[in-house]
Design a protein around this ligand. Structure first.
Ligand SMILES: Cc1cc2nc3c(=O)[nH]c(=O)nc-3n(C[C@H](O)[C@H](O)[C@H](O)COP(=O)(O)O)c2cc1C
Length: 193
């Protein structure tokens, strides 16, 4: 059987991002399994705000095609996103919107989302651990794109105090939730291979 490939996407570009820290912890956890892991930055996939006129005039930007292909090279995807005003940050939503507009050769729109498993994580310095962005992003991916989004999700509260100096999760409950989320993503991605 081919080696399972998982793509990890942090949804923040901020220096010192708590979600980038959580994404790094996700990568470390995945690396304990027999999995090829790729961590990307959306900073390497800069996209304009979606505009139907722009798409009609110039087509879907090549960067969105590149990102769709990058997703297509993996069996599973772990998105780790901040919560902005109880929902999904524009960076994450805009990126998803553009990628759903990519259609290559015999593909249907959004096929790349429907053929793989997604896990969701969120880090917030507040007490709710990004629960609202996790629900909002689940709706976008599951209802909007038809993706398989695994039920277990990694919400991290008080994320500014949750990591030790090595970037590991300090609290056993957080570490266990991360383990469970990663295990389920691997299991569901394997079923969909
Ligand atoms: C525009 C904006 C809206 C925010 N809204 C929320 C929110 O609704 N819930 C929440 O828990 N944190 C909210 N925050 C705080 C972010 O969770 C916090 O800044 C977090 O560190 C951002 O993620 P990052 O560290 O990965 O960049 C908001 C921050 C910004 C800039």
């Amino acid at each position: 059987m081919a080696v399972l490939k998982i793509l990890v996407i942090p949804g923040s570009l901020r220096t010192g991002s708590l979600n980038a820290k959580l994404a790094a912890a996700v990568v470390k956890e995945l690396a304990l399994h027999d999995v090829d892991v790729t961590l990307i930055s959306l900073g390497d996939y800069p996209l304009p705000i979606y505009d139907g006129d722009l798409e009609a005039k110039s087509g879907v930007p090549k960067i969105a095609v590149d990102l769709k292909r990058m997703i297509g090279l993996h069996h599973g995807v772990f998105i780790v996103t901040p919560e902005y005003n109880s929902s999904v940050p524009p960076l994450v939503k805009n990126t998803i919107d553009w990628v759903t507009r990519v259609r290559e050769r015999n593909e249907t729109l959004g096929q790349v989302f429907r053929e793989r498993a997604f896990a969701l994580g969120a880090a917030s310095d507040g007490k709710f651990g990004g629960i609202r962005v996790l629900m909002a992003l689940r709706q976008i991916l599951a209802l909007g794109t038809g993706a398989t989004v695994i039920p277990t999700q990694m919400g991290l509260s008080y994320a500014d105090k949750a990591f030790d100096d090595m970037g590991a999760l300090k609290h056993e409950s957080d570490a266990n939730l991360l383990k469970a989320t990663v295990r389920q993503l691997i299991a569901v991605s394997q079923q969909m291979m």
